[in-house]
Design a protein around this ligand. Structure first.
Ligand SMILES: [Zn+2]
Length: 242
């Protein structure tokens, strides 16, 4: 994946001036290549209090029992998912460019910005990050798997983390975007298995990584595959909550 992504970035930098993906202002010499501090400030960052299962913020739900409408009917195989941003506005646009407009390098900047969230960073610390796999035909078509890129970046920047490609997507599934909650779960059920030659350690904590959590169905299906293989500590994280 690496060389292709770097080639993409080189090409992109050549054709377009290096502007912030959010503000469109020219970038100064900063920690991120395509996301300025002002641009990162415009992303819909998730703050506490947030759902301890799916990570959705409890904005406007401070009264009552705080039942989360986003994961009410999900009994996930992961214990807790944490997300840094809501997938709306500029964050949604960045995710779209990462996935569909051949801008995988934007995943590094979004992951970097996500790590400013202490809850997100602590959630990952000391764990093995397992990216949600793409089916190989889809990965070939896209040229990269954005979840792998995100997991690699996070593993390189969070204490005690490493990324491992432990899962394989054994059959292609139809796009989740037009499906309801129940349909999404059926669509991905059984789609993921342990990668050939991979094994899990029951004493290791695994965090399944994706770009976006929408209903949690994909992260759940990946967590099921890890648990079936013997993993006991399984959590999840995504840069954005849909
Ligand atoms: Zn929830």
């Amino acid at each position: 994946m690496g060389w292709l992504a770097e080639l993409d970035r080189g090409f992109y930098d050549l054709v377009f001036p290096r502007d912030c993906a959010v503000t469109q202002e020219p970038m100064d010499d900063e920690a991120r290549l395509h996301l300025s501090p002002a641009g990162a400030d415009r992303l819909a960052r998730i703050h506490d209090p947030r759902c301890l299962t799916c990570g959705h913020p409890f904005e406007g739900l401070l009264e009552g029992d705080r039942a989360c409408p986003h994961c009410l009917d999900l009994r996930p195989a992961f214990a807790r998912a944490v997300c840094a941003f809501r997938a709306r506005g500029p964050a949604r646009r960045i995710i779209h460019r990462i996935k569909y407009e051949r801008c995988p390098f934007l995943a590094d900047d979004l992951a970097h910005a996500a790590l400013a969230d202490d809850v997100f960073r602590r959630h990952l610390a000391g764990s093995v990050l397992v990216p949600v796999p793409l089916h190989r035909a889809r990965k070939f078509e896209r040229g990269y798997n954005q979840a792998e890129r995100i997991a690699s970046f996070l593993a390189a920047h969070v204490a005690g983390c490493r990324a491992e490609l432990l899962l394989r997507k054994q059959h292609e599934t139809v796009s989740q975007t037009r499906l309801g909650r129940q349909e999404r779960r059926q669509n991905v059920a059984g789609a993921f298995v342990l990668a050939d030659g991979a094994s899990v350690d029951p004493l290791t904590r695994y965090v399944v990584i994706d770009d976006v959590l929408t209903t949690g169905a994909t992260l759940h299906a990946c967590a099921v595959a890890l648990r079936k293989a013997g993993a006991e500590g399984v959590d999840a994280a995504a840069l954005c909550h849909g």
